[in-house]
Design a protein around this ligand. Sequence first.
Ligand SMILES: Nc1ncnc2c1ncn2[C@@H]1O[C@H](COP(=O)(O)OP(=O)(O)OP(=O)(O)O)[C@@H](O)[C@H]1O
Length: 256
Amino acid sequence: MMNNADAAAGPAIIVRDLHVRRAGTPVLHGLSVDVPRGRIVGLLGPSGSGKTTLMRSLVGVQVVDSGTIEVLGLPAGSAALRSRVAYVTQQASVYDDLTVRQNLAFFRRVLGAPASDVDSVIERTDLGSVEGRLAGSLSGGQRGRVSLAAALLGAPEVLVLDEPTVGLDPVLRVELWELFHRLAEAGATLLVSSHVMDEAKRCDRLLLMRDGALLADDTVPGVLEATGTDDVETAFLRLIERGVPDLHPETGSEVA
Ligand SMILES: Nc1ncnc2c1ncn2[C@@H]1O[C@H](COP(=O)(O)OP(=O)(O)OP(=O)(O)O)[C@@H](O)[C@H]1O
């Protein structure tokens, strides 16, 4: 987790002039953004706007055309970041023929995380009641939580979570957001994509994407104030209508 030296070291993620194509088609067109440390940053935008492509770029699994991405002061994808940055994709990455506990014990060994982490992440993601079940027998929401639990092993400093609350009931959704806030309070940086505008209000900052570019990079109150509404969905629609971005990256170190 973050120490004082890290806190003074600037944003957790710095992206400059990022250009990415997928299957030959430009998806990100010169995107620049800072993600402050120890905060929950929501990445919102319509389907196909480039959220997953940006996340893939940040964790170093996406071929990029040009631009720079620094994560915790190192180029994205650096070997030294492997245990410091966790990525949870939309598709749960678990072994169906292993139990929940066996999955986590396996990933724990691969990461070299402390043995006690397995119990800790099972508890934090509320998987205790299914820890002995084969992952293949779980619901989609439960499988997603196993992926999240695996991502928490080793206490990564940066968590990149692609729609982590999809398929979860409202109670679990709230519990997960409480967990995200506890992780941020302990110093972790979370970039969380979502389609659910209501979840946006739980973030310290919002990045609103459209067509591979940023429409907003601001605190939640900042986005609402700039658009004269109290509803993030309406704010997003107004920014689209207006066509003028609300970019206030200089307020990145403030808590919303
Ligand atoms: N594997 C791929 N090959 C080619 N094009 C892709 C691939 N994955 C995504 N794309 C294209 O890249 C663009 C951005 O997709 P991306 O998945 O980053 O969007 P997104 O905002 O994450 O969408 P969603 O909210 O639906 O997950 C889209 O036009 C999409 O069709």
